[in-house]
Unconditional design. Structure first.
Lengths: 120, 185
C-alpha cells in the first residue's frame, strides 16, 4: 500500500518508460524481488526507492547510459554495477518468458537457429 | 537543483519530486480548500511529472522553480477540476459561501460557484486594478453609476453616456467571469 505522496508518484513513474522506476519494476519482476530485496541489491534503504524510481531512465547509447547510471549512483550512494544491471532495458523479457524451455540454454539465453551442423 | 534539471541530470527528477511534491500539494490544498484534496494531489503530481519530463517550457530567468510549479499545478488543477465536474456532477459546492451580491451570473447548472474556485481565482489574478475595483463594487451590491464613474475616470458627461459606459464595463467583467467558469480562453 502506498502511504506517502512520493510513493504514489513513484508508482505512477513505474508505468512510464521515461522514468528509472519503469526499468526497476521490470527488473524486480524478472528477479522476483520485493522492495526490500531490490533496495538491498542496489545498496540503499527501501525508503530511498521512491526517489530513485523517479529519476530519469538512463539514455540508451552506451556513453550516455554510463553517465546517467553514474549520476544516479553517486547522488544516492548506490552500487553502480547493480544499478547498471537493473537499469538496462529488458526489451526481450516478454518473449523470453514465453519461450519454450527447450529453446533456452542453461543461463536462460535464447538459442539461435542453425542451418547446418557445427564443423567441430 | 534547477541547474541540474536544466542540464538534464538523470537524478534531478527524483530530487525535484522529493523537494517540491509535498509543498506543492499543501499549497494547492490550502489555496483551493473547497476542491477535492485528492484532485490537488493529482494536480501536484501532474505538475511535477510534466516538469521533469520537459513538457513545460521552464525558464529559470523568469520564475524560480517553486513558483513555476505552483503555476503549473494551478493549471493542472483547473483542468482536472473541469474534467471532474463534467463527469461527476454529484460534487456539490453548496457548502461554500455564496458571492455577496444578488446577481446570478456566477451560477452554472444550478450550482453556486465559490470565489475560491480555481478558475475564478486564476481569472481574478489577471484583472487590472480598475477591474478589481469595479468587481468589488459589483460584489458589494452597489448599483449607483455615480460610484462606478470615478473608478472609470468618468468625471463629467451626460448621464446617459456615463450609464452606458458603466454598463459596458460591468458587462465586460461579467463576460470574463462567465468565460473563465466555462473554461474558455
Amino acid at each position: 500500500m502506498n502511504n506517502t505522496p512520493l510513493e504514489r508518484l513513484a508508482q505512477r513513474a513505474a508505468t512510464d518508460p521515461f522514468f528509472l522506476g519503469y526499468r526497476l519494476a521490470a527488473y524486480a519482476q524478472l528477479h522476483d524481488l520485493n522492495d526490500a530485496a531490490l533496495a538491498a541489491r542496489l545498496g540503499c534503504t527501501p525508503e530511498l526507492l521512491p526517489t530513485i524510481r523517479l529519476c530519469r531512465a538512463p539514455r540508451m547509447d552506451p556513453l550516455s547510459f554510463r553517465e546517467d547510471v553514474l549520476c544516479v549512483a553517486e547522488k544516492f550512494g548506490l552500487n553502480r554495477q547493480k544499478l547498471a544491471e537493473a537499469a538496462k532495458p529488458l526489451f526481450a523479457t516478454p518473449q523470453r518468458e514465453a519461450t519454450p524451455e527447450k529453446m533456452l540454454d542453461a543461463a536462460g539465453v535464447l538459442l539461435a537457429a542453425r542451418d547446418r551442423e557445427d564443423p567441430s | 537543483l534547477t541547474a541540474e534539471l536544466l542540464a538534464g541530470h538523470a537524478s534531478s527528477a527524483g530530487e525535484i519530486a522529493v523537494a517540491f511534491l509535498t509543498p506543492l500539494i499543501n499549497y494547492l490544498r490550502h489555496r483551493f480548500h473547497t476542491v477535492d484534496p485528492e484532485l490537488c494531489e493529482t494536480a501536484a503530481e501532474d505538475a511535477i511529472l510534466a516538469l521533469v519530463r520537459g513538457e513545460t517550457n521552464y525558464d529559470s530567468n523568469k520564475l524560480e522553480l517553486g513558483a513555476y510549479l505552483r503555476v503549473v499545478g494551478f493549471r493542472k488543477l483547473s483542468k482536472l477540476h473541469r474534467k471532474h465536474r463534467r463527469h461527476r456532477r454529484e460534487i456539490s459546492l453548496e457548502s461554500v459561501a455564496e458571492p455577496s451580491d444578488e446577481g446570478n451570473y456566477l451560477q452554472r447548472d444550478g450550482e453556486t460557484l465559490s470565489w475560491d474556485h480555481p478558475l475564478l481565482v486564476g481569472e481574478l489574478a489577471t484583472f487590472s486594478p480598475i477591474d478589481t475595483q469595479l468587481l468589488s463594487l459589483m460584489r458589494a451590491g452597489v448599483r449607483s453609476n455615480s460610484e462606478f464613474a470615478p473608478v472609470l475616470g468618468l468625471v463629467s458627461g451626460p448621464p446617459t453616456d456615463l450609464a452606458a459606459e458603466v454598463k459596458r464595463n460591468k458587462d465586460r467583467i461579467k463576460t470574463r467571469l462567465k468565460r473563465a467558469v466555462r473554461g474558455e480562453e
